[in-house]
Ligand binder design. Structure first.
Ligand code: KIV
Length: 285
């Protein structure tokens, strides 16, 4: 089975069909996402927060991204797999950026890469696209710049900031990006960008008018029920509670000796000779 092409997203836009992108970081979850019909999976550097326990995406490395991208690729056959370029894998030097993007495709097996930034990364995006590396852009509240923004603040709120974001989106499109994520910006601005670009926009905290939407898997599944309460995230399940309850039940059954039972145990083919039992008893003691 061959994977969907990145051009599929433009077809969705032309037909006015909305599409859902979802993050995944491992084999099992990627497999479930694909079985649920998700056409495009993002191995986001949100990996740092939701899987690796960092307080931002900044510590995530190329090795982390390659490792998790491989697992997601193994779990999928059809979905487009986009891998995030982690902090400082593309900002310092264009040659390193090219090599790192290439690694995500060659070693990770990704279909495309995503990187954050507007006009200043457009020449890099163009070079990648010319070398055959499909690129997704990311504008608005770009998490790798959270220290620069001074926190998770809505971006593009003033007329000047909105005009800059629109110019950045155009620069990415002209550079050859095949789609652009718009994160935490006013809905009215996301609508304007979506209408003015030929490439699809994918929103998170950017209102209902983007061509597609993206959610972080752990947020929509409610894995962290005591933190990560994001306004833009909709919780479709409370798996944190379900998982904790299941683990607690298992622990209590082991402690109360009601698990395992015969149902989960194995029988020997013939009665064990007494001498074997005696030797085992000595070994266990
Ligand atoms: O890393 C990530 O999960 C992302 C999404 C929030 C778009 O970049």
């Amino acid at each position: 089975m061959s994977r969907l092409s990145i051009h599929k997203l433009k077809e969705y836009k032309c037909r006015g069909e909305r599409f859902a992108m979802l993050t995944a970081y491992d084999f099992g979850m990627a497999r479930l996402a694909e079985q649920a019909g998700i056409p495009i999976i993002l191995v986001g550097d949100s990996l740092g927060s939701v899987v690796l326990g960092y307080d931002s995406t900044v510590p995530v490395t190329m090795e982390d991204m390659i490792h998790h991208t491989r697992a997601v690729v193994r779990g999928t056959q059809k979905a487009i797999v986009v891998a995030d370029m982690p902090f400082m894998s593309y900002q310092a030097n264009p040659d390193d950026a090219m090599r790192n993007a290439g690694r995500l495709l060659q070693e990770g097996g990704a279909t495309a890469v995503k990187l954050e930034g507007g006009s200043h990364v457009a020449p890099l995006v163009q070079r990648m696209v010319e070398c055959g590396i499909p690129v997704m852009g990311h504008l608005g509240l770009t998490p790798q710049s959270v220290n620069q923004f001074g926190g998770h603040r809505v971006q593009g709120k003033t007329p000047a900031a909105a005009a800059k974001l629109l110019a950045d989106a155009r620069a990415l499109e002209e550079a050859g990006a095949f789609a652009v994520v718009l994160e935490t910006i006013p809905a009215v601005l996301a609508k304007m960008v979506t209408e003015r670009l030929a490439i699809p926009t994918i929103g998170i905290g950017a209102g209902p008018d983007c061509d597609g939407q993206v959610q972080v898997l752990h947020d929509m599944l409610g894995i962290y029920d005591d933190c990560r309460q994001m306004k833009h995230a909709k919780r479709y399940a409370n798996l944190g509670e379900t998982i904790r309850d299941a683990i607690r039940e298992y622990r209590m059954e082991v402690e109360g000796r009601s698990f395992p039972t015969e149902e989960h145990s194995f029988v020997a083919e013939a009665p064990l000779p007494d001498s074997t039992r005696a030797r085992e008893a000595v070994a266990v003691a």
